[in-house]
Write a protein that binds this ligand. Sequence first.
Ligand code: ADP
Length: 266
Amino acid sequence: SKDQWEIQHADLTLGQEIGSGQFGLVLEGRWGEKKVAVKMIREECMSEEEFKDEANVMMRMSNPKLVQLYGVRTQCSPMCLVFEFMENGCLSEYLRARKGELSQETMLGMCLDVSEGMAYLESSNFIHRDLAARNCLVSKNNEVKVSDFGMTRFVIDDQYTSSQGSKFPIKWSAPEVIKYSKFSSKSDVWSFGVLIWEVYNEGRLPYENRSNVEVVESLNMGLRLLKPRLASDAVHLLMEWSWKEKPEDRPTFALLVHELAYLSDQ
Ligand code: ADP
């Protein structure tokens, strides 16, 4: 039933603010014995009814490389979402804070972690729609996990959800997403290629000084992000493969896991 995911008020203790995002404030907290992150949903930012219909699907998604959604508190206003706590925060910040310190092995390991979480989503026929380093989090043990999967479907903000909007993540989006809003696991693979680029550029923003219009033009001309200085030829090949124009020419996440695991063992 729907209620099985309801977090009981008495079991949840809220602590200090740790961030804010698309849906509002994020607090640290405790849920029974567990340390948790609690997203306080601002009503005007989310289609709550649609989210509630999907919440059970999202909570059944469970994998060591995904940030677990433990439950929801719908019987309060604002509604709260309760997640696994990730001590080391978001991946893009983590990378920026450790510039010059990350080994090849660590960077490859981060990409492998994300590919594993994504291979699980792919096998569950679940599309992320907004994969990027900013939507991955880092655990106490420095494992990287995928977060915020599927959540853009519930955002109320045209600037964010329309590919014409100013907040739309064009720089992570496959051509068919930009042109026809055609999302798939293969469009997630494109975004994953950009995430590899972010990891090997230590958290730099892709196409830093270019507008969305300029990015779309250069993609249309067949241009792609350049090989990061720290990336090996083998890693660069995986990025380029993820950015094939036709979705069917891109690898699956299952294949990317295989390739990255092979490179990790070298
Ligand atoms: P939104 O999805 O609403 O845009 P984010 O997921 O970007 O919000 O969260 C905003 C910030 O809160 C993140 O950058 C991160 O610092 C912190 N945060 C979010 N989720 C967690 C979590 N599970 N564990 C620890 N910190 C988190």
